[in-house]
Structure formats: structure tokens, C-alpha cells
Write a protein that binds this ligand. Structure first.
Ligand code: ZN
Length: 247
């Protein structure tokens, strides 16, 4: 992908309304597709002309797959680029005449994908640990380059709940309720669920076992009646997780 219109040797306007997402998250329209000669032996095709790009981007995997650029039969080098901070920079005297350095993306290098795959298969161990096991996949890499989205998210802390000013001073002002289940193994009476009612003031907890979720309504009605008849009071607030079983 490039923003430099003048580099193209063939150029056809793009009818597909293609858009690419650039680094700031916005979508940029693709103006056209074409081919670019970057050296005597390498022609890139297709190259997208994206006017909003601020540098040229080249996918190494795309290059090796689509362009017939790795001359394996002769074994000779047909191009070189220096790696700096995870990107390859072509020397501007080598290719593209006087244009700015071409930046190549190496994120889809097969060994990186394989290392990430093993990281996932083995239950997300640290990359330092993986290096001991899979040294061949880690060579020439700074392990800090690897980032696993799942690991990043798993290390996030939950934001704490704000402290509530409300303090119930008498029983049954506030009842917390939650339903749990189904358990894989039913108990001896074939129950797979339980529901709890916890009084916020006394912390007393009532637990009822259920065969089916649909019993929540009748169990709550019984609990509600029990509070009225046995304690001569009423539940003022029932707090739940808004689960549909309470509707
Ligand atoms: Zn991970």
C-alpha cells in the first residue's frame, strides 16, 4: 500500500469501494490498484493506492506468496532491507528511486504465528518460558515483541465497586439473591440449581435447591410469604443480577 501515485507503472481505478483501516483507527478509501517495479527483479502486484497513508507498507508474506520474488532456483539475493524496531526498511538507493524509505510489515512471519499457536495450546505460559521449550521459534526475536490479547486482558483488574452509603439497620431492608447452576452432576434428589437469599443486615442466608430454573418464581413467593408470616415484616428491596429468571 502506498500514497505515492507517481510510483505506479500500471494503474487502474478501483471500482470495489475498498477501504483500509489505518493506524488511528479510521477507514481510508483505496483510490486504485496497480503494479510497482521496486527493482529490476521485483514487481509488486497488486499494490493499493491509499492517498491517506503517510508511509509505504509492504507485507512480507504477501510479497513471498504473490510476487515471484524469492529466486530459490538460483539462490541469489534479489533484494535486502534493514530491520529496525520490528519493521524492515529498504534502502532508498536500492529501490524506489528518491522516494521515502519503504516500510515492511513482518507481523505475519510464519514462525511468529507458530509461537503464538503454541502459546495458546499450552495454556498461555510466558514467552520467556516458551523460549526454553521452543528455542528454534524464538531465535532472533526480542520476546517483548510478542503480545497476546488474551493475556493482556486476563491481567486487567476489575474496577472496584463504589462504596455504598446505604446501610440497612433492620433485617429484610435489603435481600441479595442469586441463582447458580446447572451443575453437571445432579444431587440425590435430582436438583441441579440453587438459589440464595441473603439478608444484608444479619447476613443470614437461605438456600433452596431447584430441579429447574423455572422454579425461581414459586420459590421466591414462598420465601416472601415466610418472611411475612414468621418475622411480621416485609422485604423492602430485592437485589439481583437482573437475570431473566427473576423477571
Ligand atoms: Zn496468551
Amino acid at each position: 500500500m502506498t500514497d505515492a501515485h507517481h510510483l505506479f507503472s500500471t494503474y487502474s481505478s478501483c471500482v470495489d469501494n475498498l477501504k483500509v483501516e489505518i493506524a488511528d483507527g479510521t477507514l481510508s478509501p483505496v483510490a486504485s490498484k496497480g503494479s510497482i517495479h521496486i527493482s529490476e527483479s521485483i514487481t509488486l502486484n497488486p499494490v493499493l493506492h491509499v492517498p491517506n497513508l503517510s508511509c509505504n507498507l509492504l507485507s512480507i508474506s504477501q510479497l513471498t506468496k504473490k510476487s515471484n520474488c524469492s529466486d530459490l532456483s538460483l539462490g541469489k539475493t534479489i533484494g535486502s532491507a534493514k530491520e529496525r524496531e520490528g519493521l524492515y526498511y529498504f534502502n532508498k538507493t536500492d529501490v524506489l528511486g528518491q522516494c521515502p524509505p519503504t516500510v515492511c510489515n513482518y507481523a505475519s512471519y510464519p514462525k511468529d504465528n507458530e509461537l503464538l499457536l503454541w502459546h495458546k495450546r499450552m495454556g498461555h505460559p510466558s514467552f520467556q518460558y516458551l523460549k526454553h521449550l521452543l528455542l528454534s521459534l524464538c531465535s532472533n526475536k526480542t520476546l517483548l515483541d510478542f503480545q497476546c490479547e488474551v493475556c493482556e486482558l486476563a491481567k486487567h483488574h476489575w474496577a472496584s465497586f463504589p462504596k455504598s452509603k446505604y446501610k440497612p439497620l433492620i433485617p429484610f431492608t435489603l435481600i441479595h439473591s442469586g441463582l447458580w447452576g446447572p451443575s453437571r452432576t445432579p444431587n440425590r434428589t435430582h436438583k441441579k440449581w440453587f438459589i440464595t437469599f441473603i439478608d444484608d443486615h444479619t447476613r443470614l442466608c437461605w438456600v433452596y435447591l431447584l430441579t429447574n430454573k423455572t422454579e425461581v418464581r414459586s420459590i421466591f413467593m414462598n420465601f416472601h410469604s415466610m418472611i411475612q408470616t414468621q418475622f411480621h415484616t416485609k422485604i423492602q428491596t430485592l437485589r439481583t443480577d437482573n437475570g431473566t429468571e427473576y423477571f
